[in-house]
Design a protein. Structure first.
Length: 422
């Protein structure tokens, strides 16, 4: 069986005000967090070895690695190298592996990038969010736009030819024109992949206290920003393959010299990308594709989830201890940190297959729902599918349903409409 491997490094210089991920700002609570840059990677090595021995059989293989956080690039070279060496020992025989590490501008330099390359990392995910410093400050980011451009150029110099850039819209103070400027600049840079997310105000964050009743951007502006993202990136040659993710085809030539303003402009580009082999023909993130297709994966680190498709009839999901300091105590002593274990039911698995499939432009194969779950989607969803298709929110191609760009923007409500019948 093929597995993805996720490594969670819960360390940041400073936690962003909108972030609800399991992470700790090293500049906050200095005494309690002292030395974590050294302790966490060593504990991850122990947990990795234990996790591989516990779950992988001889015939199994790791086919993708994703090191996320937090901000993995805050870890110094001397502390990161043992972890990279340990990961490399499990994937060295697979030359085709996709190995991603997240890094933020202001925390990465040439020495770190060369270390990543030396151990096999071949894909970077850089957190840009915006090219406007005032918007970055509103998010609590520690970097400037100049830091981002310097990091991106350095990554190219170090030989990285598969780079994702994270962007964000609906930021406090952001306008349609400032967001358009960010998108245009990204298109000029020609990264292989762009993840463009709308800011979500999560409970438990500082932003929630400030914006819970008054979102920083109204719903109509948010919708127009989403449309702008789809139109500009698709016109530039990117495949919109998941709600928030866009990948270049490996033979595409971006039209970065396009000068006409997007505002009020509607592209006539054909948005039918069905039938494309995402893994072979585009720079789509293989690791995330495995998640969305309900493939098996092992999560290492605090709060990391795992899914074992070969356990039980519909799979088993586990989650590790989600408090960083508690996790560290468990991991350092070799204790098992997988504390939540869920055996998925028929309904769980059917629901997951539906909502994960509809997040992707490849959609849901109704024949698979029938074969794997005995679910007659045409009979149960027929009226809903016809209505959604008539409203331009869904495409219905024989035994396949998929959401349009307009449908993806309201995908949560559409998915809720369908899964209430399950």
């Amino acid at each position: 069986m093929r597995y993805g491997l996720y490594i969670h490094i819960p360390l940041c210089v400073r936690k962003c005000v909108y972030c609800d991920f399991c992470s700790i700002g090293l500049s906050e609570g200095r005494n309690q967090n002292s030395g974590l840059e050294n302790k966490v990677p060593l504990a991850l090595v122990k947990e990795l070895d234990a996790g591989v021995k516990k779950h992988l059989r001889k015939e199994d293989s790791i086919t993708s690695v994703f090191i996320g956080g937090g901000t993995p690039s805050v870890v110094p070279v001397e502390d990161m190298e043992p972890l990279l060496r340990a990961i490399h020992s499990y994937v060295a025989s697979n030359n085709a592996i996709e190995w991603t590490i997240e890094c933020n501008p202001g925390t990465v330099d040439r020495e770190k990038l060369e270390l990543y390359r030396r151990y096999g990392v071949n894909r970077l995910s850089i957190g840009c969010q915006s090219i406007h410093d005032e918007e970055l400050r509103a998010l609590g980011r520690i970097h400037t736009s100049e830091d981002f451009f310097r990091t991106y150029e350095l990554a190219r110099e170090c030989g990285f030819d598969n780079i994702n850039v994270d962007l964000m819209n609906a930021i406090p103070g952001q306008t349609l024109y400032s967001y358009e400027k960010t998108l245009k600049r990204m298109i000029e840079l020609e990264p292989e992949h762009i993840s463009a997310y709308s800011l979500i105000i999560e409970p438990g964050t500082l932003f929630y206290e400030k914006y819970m009743f008054h979102p920083p951007v109204d719903e109509e502006t948010d919708r127009r920003m989403y449309e702008m993202t789809c139109e500009m990136l698709e016109t530039a040659g990117y495949i919109h393959y998941e709600v928030s993710n866009f990948a270049r085809t490996k033979s595409s030539h971006l039209r970065a010299d396009k000068k006409d303003s997007f505002i009020g402009h509607k592209s006539s580009i054909k948005k039918s990308y069905h039938g494309i082999d995402l893994e072979e023909s585009t720079y789509a993130c293989r690791h995330n594709l495995n998640y969305w297709r309900r493939g098996s994966y092992i999560g290492i680190g605090p709060s990391a989830a795992s899914f074992y498709g070969n356990r039980g009839s519909y799979g088993t999901r586990t989650r590790r201890v989600d408090d960083v300091h508690s996790w560290l105590e468990y991991a350092e002593t070799g204790s098992d940190t997988e504390i939540d274990v869920e055996e998925l039911t028929h309904e769980n698995a059917l629901t997951e297959t539906t909502f994960l499939g509809l997040r992707m432009r490849e959609g849901v194969d109704l024949k698979i729902l029938q074969e794997q779950f005995g679910f007659d989607a045409k009979s149960v969803w027929g009226d809903e599918i016809n209505q959604l298709t008539a409203n331009g929110l869904m495409e219905n191609d024989r035994d396949h349903i998929r959401l349009t760009d307009q449908g993806l923007f309201v995908s949560d409500s559409i998915i809720d409409r369908l899964i209430r019948f399950l």
